[in-house]
Design a protein around this ligand. Structure first.
Ligand code: F6R
Length: 245
């Protein structure tokens, strides 16, 4: 696992944007696993302003709220259109269908989509409780796409995007941990003090479903890009070996 500590989020966006650019240069039909939420907003802004061409690339998103159609401004489908897809067309984009009548079938269909589109890179954020995708604490490392119940702490954290906590959907359709781990490479971004404990457990804690992101220690190609606030609880020895920018 390579740890990169940046002074400013802008540097993180440039760095990950640069990784995306290299993938576009070296792969004819790359598949980008993408995330939503506050963390990648700056990266998407960087990509929008770039001259990168994604028309031969495929995007596969991590998750979607259950019950929100793609037209709902709070849905992740809407978020992706707003932040990236409307500005940078892809050959194809996939997001789990959280408004499907048959969610079990939608989950199984998404699992097949992931099999058919092995990801060149998977972008991740991390929840304060260590979730990746919406794989909340105690999710199985073998999990695949399924309906998950969001924990009260995730609902509270995401309430900032809604009118109130009560408006946050209670469930999501999320890529599973085994599917996240199947990506060729993974890049995780985390910013701010409230991610520091999750980052410590992801990088230097025991590998345990209690902290789902800790499984990333077992992946051969992971880059973790954090700002100094998110790196604040990392052990000194980890920080010594980290790249500081
Ligand atoms: C988003 C996702 C989540 C977020 C995480 C952090 O698609 O799967 O795991 O990455 O909840 O969210 P933010 O970036 O809003 O702090």
């Amino acid at each position: 696992m390579q740890i990169i500590v940046v002074k400013h989020q802008k540097q993180a966006n440039e760095l990950v944007g640069g990784m995306f650019a290299r993938i576009l240069q070296t792969h004819t039909h790359p598949v980008f696993g993408l995330a939503t939420g506050g963390t990648p907003e700056g990266l998407y802004q960087w990509l929008r302003a770039s001259d990168l061409d994604f028309r031969k690339a495929v995007a596969v998103n991590l998750d979607e709220y259950v019950g929100l159609p793609a037209t709902d401004p709070h849905s992740y489908a809407y978020y992706m259109r707003q932040h990236l897809f409307a500005h940078k067309p892809f050959a194809h984009t996939f997001i789990p269908d959280g408004s499907a009548k048959d969610l079990l079938a939608a989950a199984a269909g998404y699992h097949q989509i992931l099999k058919d589109h092995p990801r060149t890179i998977q972008l991740l954020g991390v929840g304060r409780n260590g979730h990746i995708g919406f794989n909340e604490p105690n999710s199985s490392f073998k999990s695949t796409t399924r309906v998950v119940a969001l924990t009260p702490s995730t609902i509270a954290a995401n309430a900032r995007f809604f009118k109130s906590k009560d408006a946050v959907p209670t469930h999501a359709l999320s890529m599973g941990i085994s599917e996240i781990m199947a990506a060729e490479q993974i890049v995780l971004m985390a910013f701010g003090t409230n991610k520091a404990t999750a980052v410590k457990n992801l990088v230097a804690g025991r590998v345990t479903p209690r902290w789902p992101a800790s499984i990333l220690q077992r992946h051969p190609h992971v880059v973790v890009v954090v700002d100094e606030a998110a790196a604040a609880q990392l052990p000194v020895v980890t920080l010594k070996h980290a790249i500081h920018q």
